[in-house]
Design a binder for this molecule. Structure first.
Ligand code: SF4
Ligand code: SF4
Length: 428
């Protein structure tokens, strides 16, 4: 049944009846379909969920999605987020229609923030003109310099993709499109933190970065089942060493000019401020995923039958998002914490990490500990004094970036970027 033929009585149509639950949505117009074949991609196996599907969001569903989504959101700024698979496979015209529809449907006085996560390989001038015109924030996947990127990010023929992604990056930059570089941290690049970071900062000229750990279950279903992990997954301590090495470089020279999501989130946690990253929030469940056919799932990482909330053709997404089932999903993140986490001194910053990664056992044998725990602990212990100092600076009205002058070594470049050594400049 198409959205256009849904009896009005089946949907909560009137705005006054739409539950006011704050949530964010990642829409997947091509479902799991992607033009690449990255070895660690958790989403490619989801193709099997819809064996007969064309994997294209219809215009009717697009209309229903945007109508319901914009009815559900109440802030002055509403984020409309596209993800995949690879969403650009839908073609530029689909997104032109989507933006036009969303702009026409939004409430007066609200502003739309459009985001697109892409591997970049299909972007061209026309795409970049469009992305710039509508001020999209583009999440571009780039795993580091050529060899480290190409270790996993290959196309269907197994060919490397580095050159295509760098071409897209330069094109986006030439068009002044805002970019957030998404770098997955996996077995192949995790032992090269500075090589990755310096490449992203100096060659890719990325100002916003996310360093996302790959923790991938090893099973035949592709669902979050079992406790075995693939050999591509990043090791716990390896991830901790990766983050701390980058943090040490960042804190000596890049505070305030390079924004690494993990460090921003940590600072917010130490300052007792909200940060919005579900992985390190006490509860979750406010970031849902919409499949190409209208199926709504609890989370992008749980697109599997047990976490399908329903279809937005049948029930308003706001009703599904505020359902008891979804609230249980979000609360389970907190309520299922093992004792090791409940008693952990860094619980305030970690909250046990993402439930999808909780495949390990604590030292007392209790299951449900995050695979990355040892890495998180290493990272949190390492940054603790610096975070405390940055919070102190913030509270006294100083710029946290001042910490660079306190942390830079005498032979490091001076954080003021004079080009001199610190000891011959501000470190004198
Ligand atoms: S399951 Fe993980 S990724 Fe999904 S919303 Fe919860 S913390 Fe976030
Ligand atoms: S650092 Fe480890 S023990 Fe502490 S909250 Fe995180 S996962 Fe739990």
């Amino acid at each position: 049944m198409s959205a256009a033929t849904i009896p009005a009585s089946d949907l909560v149509r009137r705005r006054s009846e739409v539950p006011r639950t704050a949530f964010h949505l990642l829409a997947k117009p091509t479902g799991a379909i992607c033009n690449l074949d990255c070895s660690y991609c958790f989403f490619l196996s989801k193709e099997r969920l819809y064996p007969e599907s064309s994997f294209r969001m219809s215009d009717e569903l697009l209309d229903a999605y945007l109508t319901q989504y914009l009815e559900s959101q109440w802030g002055p700024e509403i984020t409309v987020a596209w993800q995949g698979g690879e969403p650009t496979i839908m073609g530029l015209d689909f997104f032109r229609r989507a933006v036009a529809m969303a702009e026409a449907k939004k409430r007066p006085g609200t502003r739309l923030a459009h985001t697109l996560q892409t591997n970049g390989t299909l972007l061209d001038e026309a795409w970049c003109d469009f992305l710039r015109e509508h001020r999209f924030l583009v999440g571009l996947s780039l795993d580091g310099p050529r060899a480290l990127h190409d270790a996993c990010r290959v196309d269907k023929g197994g060919h490397p993709t580095f050159d295509k992604v760098m071409r897209a990056l330069r094109l986006l930059q030439a068009h002044e499109v805002e970019i957030n570089v998404l770098t997955t941290v996996h077995a192949a690049n995790a032992d090269h933190p500075l090589e990755v970071y310096r490449f992203l900062r100096d060659d890719a000229r990325a100002r916003y970065m996310q360093l996302i750990p790959i923790v991938e279950r090893d099973n035949d279903t592709g669902f979050q089942e079992g406790t075995e992990l693939t050999s591509r997954s990043v090791g716990a301590d390896q991830y901790g060493r990766f983050l701390t090495a980058i943090f040490d470089e960042w804190v000596r020279r890049d505070v305030g000019t390079v924004f690494v999501q993990q460090f921003d989130v940590a600072l917010a946690s130490w300052a007792g401020e909200p940060h919005g990253l579900c992985v390190h929030s006490e509860t979750c469940g406010a970031a849902l995923a919409l499949e190409h056919n209208g199926d709504l799932y609890s989370c992008d990482h749980f697109v599997e039958p047990a976490h399908r909330l329903g279809n937005i053709r049948d029930r308003h997404m706001s009703v599904l998002a505020s359902s008891e089932r979804q609230r249980d999903f979000g609360r389970a993140k907190r309520d299922s914490l093992p004792r090791a986490c409940r008693e952990c001194e860094y619980r305030f910053a970690c909250h046990g990490g993402c439930p999808k990664d909780r495949v390990a056992r604590a030292s007392d044998g209790e299951p449900g500990l995050n695979h990355l725990c040892a890495g998180y602990l290493r990272f949190f212990r390492h940054i603790d004094p610096t975070m405390r100092r940055m919070v102190q600076l913030l509270r006294s009205g100083d710029a946290p970036a001042r910490v660079m002058f306190e942390r830079a070594g005498r032979n490091d470049p001076c954080p003021c970027r004079s080009g001199k050594k610190h000891k011959h400049c501000h470190g004198r």
